[in-house]
Design a protein around this ligand. Structure first.
Ligand code: MN
Length: 712
């Protein structure tokens, strides 16, 4: 294991800006807080962050990354807090440690294979700083190297599967082939030990048969280049058992038939040297047709560059050769991390890293190369959020999505019947914006239907389409009902017999298919009932010309409720008045009256959300206002109150309300949480001012979290 001093020297050798004092403090802090903790291997726990730091220092990553590696498990696994880290080591390191901690927290939430691609995206989206991902990959690499110490086979297999499905592809995506290979092979060893064993045995057998072929081939290739006077480094290796196994699967061939069990690599200084080396190989050996690929002139999407060719090489072995410059090689092995190495000393040409633009948001925000890595952000999935269902399924949604969108993404019935949502176990309003990694639980009720207000905050097309469709259907049902009752009244008024059968004979005149269509256009106000009567009875003469007005705006109503008549201006005398149960209007509130066929007028507050239902029927709106109000009368106001779950909280609440000479008419606990209670409290008050005073006093109490008047 690398020691404190050696690690410092190593980092300082490539990052001269290293703050040694801070580094030493980070080292000692981590060692202290991990204290007596031990790993499954029996080693002190601290050996793990130290090894992770060592892996990252091999990649020559900056001091902040190495310190983050030392501290990466302190918040998750010890009593240390993020605030402590921030105070001791500053914002940059605290931000990185926080990123790694969050990744650790979400990584085991989903165990489902089909979710792998989404989980990879989630990890990328949560790695705001590329260094977070690099620390996480090094962390995973060390955990995989020591996984055999974990005694539970289930746990070993789960971690290995996650590594091969999530982390190895991520390492590949950011171009770190070197780490990808090792992660894959370590996972393979756990997941399919028999297959791996048989490949290793076969490889050993082949080696015994032919001696160390790799060494022999390297030797011959070296002499070929020496004779041509081209400076070239030749290396070769047998490919990893996992990559051989996968190729055998894909090509469905036996191991001996694979031409590229062995990979040889020729590293040269410049691009012209690459093509010269290719010429030397092709003139020395027989070329296998159509295996040549030029990834230098046409790089792969992750900017992998190399020349690939296959030849019948030394000892008549069919081999694959990759030719590239040293720099291309570093990028291919270390990917993003390679940039750090090239940034030191060498004159960095940003065009060289142009490919990073697709992966990282770079120079737009960075003032110069120093800021390059600090400001790199993975932007690939920044426009998406990924949230878990309680079962661990991962749902991908556009940024800004709410629990309603989440519900519709699961199933349209879940969206349609959504009544509430919990995020990470806490009840939240339905308009809450979801964040990456949130676990979302939707509560449904068969009697719940989509609300028009949802449309204002949903962001997915699916949610919006379902809500609109529902509202259209619902509106139509209301129009049909309204149209039917208007027409029945008009027929009755004129002493005509009302018959739906008879109405069918005039459908064509109104371009309607069904009687319901006819009621609907009448309800919408496109036609009056007398137009329909005249269509049915061409000789009809109305008893009273005034009746030719649409009946609905005439508002002939029977008084039903004895209270309230006196206190509202703007109403036709004798008209029945109801106070809306949705918004509970109080004297002093701005109000609006809505004519309800057959039942009178309902008073809403002017900002009541239910008024949207009548937006297209201006003829039903009546301008009303409170008259001088009656001191003796009390009105019901509904409030939503959150209080701390503490002894005395409820008593405190009722005391405040009674001090204001108000009466609690009804009190209901709508949510009982560990830390808070949510109440719906109906209070009898004189007017809006009276209520405002009570709400202000409640808000002043230390036990009360929030109080709001409910108007929907
Ligand atoms: Mn760790």
């Amino acid at each position: 294991m690398i020691q404190q001093h050696a690690l410092i020297e190593k980092v300082r050798s490539y990052d001269p800006t290293l703050d040694e004092d801070k580094f030493n403090r980070a080292y000692l802090f981590s060692m202290k807080v991990h204290g007596e903790q031990v790993r499954a291997s029996g080693d002190p726990y601290f050996s793990h962050p130290l090894e992770v730091a060592g892996i990252l220092s091999d990649m020559k990553l900056d001091g902040a990354t190495i310190m983050t590696a030392l501290l990466h498990d302190t918040v998750e696994d010890t009593g240390a807090t993020l605030e402590e880290i921030r105070k001791l080591f500053g914002d940059e390191i605290a931000g990185l440690v926080n990123g790694v901690t969050k990744l650790t927290q979400i990584e085991l939430q989903s165990s489902q294979t089909k979710q792998a691609e989404n989980l990879r995206k989630l990890v990328l989206a949560m790695s705001n700083d590329i260094r977070v991902l690099l620390v996480k990959l090094a962390d995973r690499l060390h955990n995989m190297r020591t996984l055999h110490h974990v005694s539970s086979e289930d746990k070993r297999r789960r971690i290995a599967r996650e590594t091969i499905e999530i982390y190895a592809p991520l390492a590949e995506r950011i171009g770190m082939h070197h780490i990808k290979d090792e992660l894959e092979d370590l996972s393979f060893k756990i997941l399919n030990p028999d297959a791996r064993e048989s490949i290793v045995t076969r490889l050993n057998f082949l080696e015994r048969e032919g001696g160390d072929i790799v060494k022999k081939i390297i030797k011959e290739l070296k002499s070929v280049f020496k004779n041509s006077n081209l400076k070239a480094e030749v290396s070769g290796r047998v490919k990893t058992p996992y990559s051989i196994w996968r190729k055998m699967h894909r090509k469905n061939v036996a191991i001996e038939q694979l031409s590229d069990i062995m990979a040889f690599r020729i590293l040269v200084n410049t691009i012209p040297d690459c093509y010269q080396a290719l010429g030397i190989i092709h003139s020395s050996y027989i070329v296998v047709p159509s295996r040549f690929k030029d990834y230098i002139s046409t790089p792969k999407p992750n900017n992998y560059q190399s020349l690939h060719t296959s030849v019948i090489g030394p000892l008549k072995h069919r081999i694959e050769i990759q030719i590239r410059t040293h720099e291309m090689h570093t990028i291919s092995e270390y990917g993003v991390a390679a940039h750090w190495q090239y940034k030191q000393g060498k004159n960095t040409d940003h065009k060289q890293y142009h490919w990073l633009r697709s992966l990282l948001e770079i120079l737009e925000h960075a003032a110069g190369p120093e800021e390059f890595l600090e400001h790199t952000k993975l932007e690939m999935f920044q426009d998406q959020v990924f949230c878990f269902t309680p079962a661990g399924d991962l749902i991908s949604l556009p940024r800004g999505a709410t629990p309603i969108d989440f519900g519709y993404a699961i199933h349209s019935a879940v969206g349609n019947h959504c009544v509430g949502a919990k995020i990470n176990g806490r009840m939240v309003p339905l308009r809450t914006v979801l964040h990456n990694g949130d676990q979302v639980e939707i509560t449904t009720s068969k009697s719940q239907t989509p609300s028009p207000t949802w449309e204002r905050f949903v962001v997915t097309g699916k949610a919006r389409a379902h809500i609109r469709r529902f509202i259209r259907t619902q509106q139509r049902a209301q129009f049909i009902e309204l149209g039917r009752s208007i027409l029945q009244k008009s027929f009755h008024h004129e002493n005509l017999e009302f018959s739906e059968k008879f109405l069918e004979t005039i459908l064509a005149k109104f371009k309607c298919q069904t009687v319901d269509d006819l009621f609907s256009i009448l309800g919408e106000g496109q036609h009056t009932s007398y137009e329909i009567i005249r269509a049915a009875y061409p000789d009809f003469r109305a008893k009273n010309p005034i009746d030719l007005q649409p009946i609905v705006s005439k508002a002939k109503f029977i008084p039903k409720e004895k209270d309230a008549i006196v206190s509202i201006r703007g109403l036709i005398p004798g008209m029945a008045v109801h106070y809306a149960k949705c918004c509970h209007p109080l004297p002093g509130d701005k109000i609006v009256g809505i004519v309800m066929t057959g039942t009178g007028v309902t008073i809403h507050t002017y900002d009541c959300e239910n008024l949207n239902n009548y937006a297209n029927e201006p003829e039903r709106w009546i301008d009303v206002a409170w008259d001088s109000h009656n001191e003796q009368k009390h009105y019901l106001a509904r409030t939503n109150v959150f209080v701390n779950n503490q002894p005395g909280a409820l008593a405190n609440l009722t005391t405040i309300i009674s001090k204001h000479n108000a009466n609690i008419a009804n009190l209901k606990i709508s949510h009982r949480g560990d830390t808070f209670f949510e109440f719906i409290i109906d209070i009898e008050v004189k007017d809006a001012d009276h209520l405002s005073n009570i709400i202000a006093s409640l808000r002043a109490s230390s036990l009360v979290i929030s109080v709001d008047r409910v108007k929907h």
